[in-house]
Design a binder for this molecule. Structure first.
Ligand SMILES: [Fe+2]
Ligand SMILES: [Fe+2]
Length: 365
């Protein structure tokens, strides 16, 4: 059911249109001249469609359409007229009419044209909503990823940088818009499974014990499980699940090799390693570009897909330029805040199943 404004000065035709629309279940408001019709369209969304005669006293159908379109660009306007004049049709289209019906017409013809016009309105509405929603979703995902990183000060803004570098590689490889968007989301959320890892373990400055390493290694599966219910994000889920697989099969969680590893996961894997080497971690210092280049080449075909190592090198931010690397977040003050001893005790307690010693993540201010 649509709300339709009918503007027609000929009483007989107006009654015919009203009855046709009401019979089809639409809600009709009628006006018998152009000025009255213009007054009736007083706010955006007050009508879904306008069906108007061209020649009416006080204002023409084109005046009415121009007014309605100014107020509500999504409104569907249809012109009915006895004049079979191409210029007039063009004028009406330019004002924003979506259809032009010559008189006399049958009721079925009118209803078919109205239905098509309303369908177009719905599609346009949907497209507009998506245009607003897509960037909002991207922003929200980034906020979520950065909030997660607050568990682990050393990795703050890591996801943001990964999104930029993964996208640059995807663009370099000529990957289409749809998949590139999935890769950006995958890069952003790759470590979302760390939400289940105790903060103390993520911040541990010493080498991890095998038991602790096993706990850390659960994060890709946890992340994939978190995203499992989002049907349209299968590609994102696979990136999250497989971002620690190695090209030679030596990674985790499934030991996939080569092309078995989704392309997005192979991209995120190489940029993740690049960013970790570049910014450093509690257990390893930040490295120079030359050092990283050598390491990437040494691991080409081992940990990383050789094609993607080449792509990363091609788009790699050069020293001190493209990607703003924040100051290393390894200041003693912050590490002291956690406290090594307190940290070790918290890890030991957590491994024993006592979660009271584990601090809850703090959200960024
Ligand atoms: Fe990870
Ligand atoms: Fe990462």
């Amino acid at each position: 059911m649509a709300r339709v404004l009918v503007a027609e000065d000929d009483g007989l035709t107006r009654r015919f249109i009203e009855e046709t629309l009401e019979y089809a279940g639409h809600e009709v408001t009628s006006a018998c001249n152009g000025a009255e019709a213009i007054c009736a369209v007083d706010s955006p969304g007050c009508f879904d469609a306008v069906i108007t005669d061209y020649a009416m006293p006080e204002a023409t159908g084109v005046d009415l359409i121009a007014h309605a379109q100014r107020l509500d660009p999504m409104i569907s306007c249809i012109v009915v007229t006895a004049f079979r004049d191409l210029d007039l049709a063009m004028q009406a289209m330019q004002a924003g009419a979506v259809a032009f019906i010559p008189k006399p017409f049958k009721s079925m013809h009118l209803l078919t044209v109205l239905d098509r016009a309303l369908e177009r309105r719905e599609l346009a509405d949907e497209a507009l909503r998506l245009r607003f929603l897509a960037p909002m979703l991207e922003r929200f995902t980034m906020v979520l990823a950065n909030a997660l990183e607050s568990k682990d000060y050393e990795t703050q803004e890591h996801s943001t940088r990964l999104v930029g570098m993964s996208d640059a590689i995807a663009r370099h490889l000529g990957i289409g818009d749809g998949m590139r968007s999935m890769i950006r989301f995958g890069a952003c959320l790759h470590d979302i499974g760390k939400v289940a890892i105790p903060e103390a373990l993520l911040r541990k400055p010493d080498a991890l014990t095998p038991e602790e390493r096993a706990v850390i290694r659960t994060h890709p599966d946890v992340g994939a499980a978190i995203l499992a219910d989002i049907d349209t994000w299968e590609d994102v889920r696979l990136i999250v699940k497989h971002h620690h697989e190695h090209f030679d099969g030596g990674g985790y969680p499934d030991g996939l090799r080569g092309d078995q590893i989704p392309l997005g996961a192979r991209i995120v894997s190489v940029v993740d390693a690049f960013d970790v080497m570049r910014t450093g971690r509690p257990y390893q210092p930040a490295r120079s570009y030359d050092w990283i280049l050598e390491e990437l080449q040494r691991e080409s075909g081992g940990q990383f897909d050789p094609e993607l190592v080449a792509a990363l090198i091609a788009v790699m931010p050069t020293e001190g330029t493209t990607i703003a690397v924040p100051p290393l977040d390894l200041q003693p003050a912050r590490r002291a805040a956690v406290g090594r001893r307190q940290n070790d005790m918290a890890i030991a307690a957590w491994l024993r199943g006592d979660t009271t010693a584990v601090r809850t993540p703090t959200l960024p201010a």
